[in-house]
Design a protein around this ligand. Structure first.
Ligand code: ADP
Ligand code: MG
Length: 257
């Protein structure tokens, strides 16, 4: 879009990545990489650092140690990020059409208007998520499932090569989940790199070839069948039960999990 050259989908590498809040690590010494075009589920108990990891890749949080390395000069421009629904304010009086249009902000620019081409893309994106004719509705009037469809339409307009989704199907009805999963499959077919925080293991096994299992530190990262093993899930449960409210301070540099 915008007449720029199409850059190849970048690989994203996590190098000894540690992210802490007030020195309490939420993500601990994570190493590994997301291959270009890979479709990865991030799985782990509540408080495991899943959202923290996504926010750090997006650039909203800064690593305490280690880094997010990317072979593209400008990863941030190539990312589309969908936060957890709880973090999105829906009381704002804005229409469905304008919410979707925000996905095209790079093409609209600070002073520009919404062109006829962008208007067409909005109509197409709303049709693609099953919301034909919803453009003038206010977002406050939508069900949770309809609103999530709107946010996926906005992702369609961003047409980013890397897509990060934080619990996209939590508290979303089955029909919407199936429709939006189909969209994720379509993006995978277009060789986008997709990373999604998920809770439904059956869904992960069926649709997500790669899994990153996180409980502050990495328990496993690789082909889903090799990561979602009974042994790893047991480790995950033990670790989450063992957590107390305050995680220990981050150990000194160089000590890997
Ligand atoms: P998940 O998404 O896996 O449920 P989070 O990444 O949201 O986990 O949180 C990981 C840990 O970091 C939790 O213990 C959480 O309480 C803590 N945490 C998250 N956000 C903040 C914050 N803004 N300030 C302090 N601690 C936080
Ligand atoms: Mg989270």
């Amino acid at each position: 879009m915008g007449g720029e050259f199409v850059s190849p989908v970048p690989a994203i590498r996590l190098e000894n990545l540690t992210v802490a809040y007030d020195r309490h690590p939420a993500v601990h010494h994570v190493d590994g990489h997301f291959a270009p075009g890979s479709l990865t589920a991030i799985v782990g108990p509540n408080g495991a650092g899943k959202s923290t990891l996504l926010k750090t890749i997006v650039g909203l949080l800064t690593p305490t140690e280690g880094r997010v390395q990317c072979d593209s000069a400008n990863l941030r421009r190539q990312l589309a990020y969908l936060p957890q629904q709880a973090e999105i304010d829906r009381s704002f009086p804005i229409t469905v059409g304008d919410t979707v249009a925000a996905g095209a902000w790079r093409d609209i620019g600070a002073l520009g208007g919404v062109s006829a081409a962008i208007r067409r893309s909005i109509t197409e994106a709303l049709a693609a998520v099953g919301l034909d004719g919803f453009a003038r509705r206010s977002i406050g009037s939508l069900s949770a499932g309809q609103f999530q469809r709107v946010l996926f339409a906005r992702l369609l307009l961003q047409s980013a090569p890397v897509i990060l989704l934080d619990e996209p199907f939590t508290a979303i009805d089955a029909r919407t989940t199936a429709d939006l999963l189909a969209l994720v499959q379509r993006w995978h077919g277009e060789s986008k790199t997709i990373i999604a925080v998920l809770h439904d293991f059956d869904q992960v096994r069926q649709y997500f070839p790669q899994t990153l299992l996180l409980a502050r530190q990495l328990i496993g990262w690789g082909p889903t069948a090799q990561v979602l093993t009974p042994a790893n899930l047991l480790v995950m449960r033990r670790m989450s039960e063992a957590w107390d409210e305050e995680a220990p301070f981050c150990p000194p540099q160089g000590r890997r999990a």
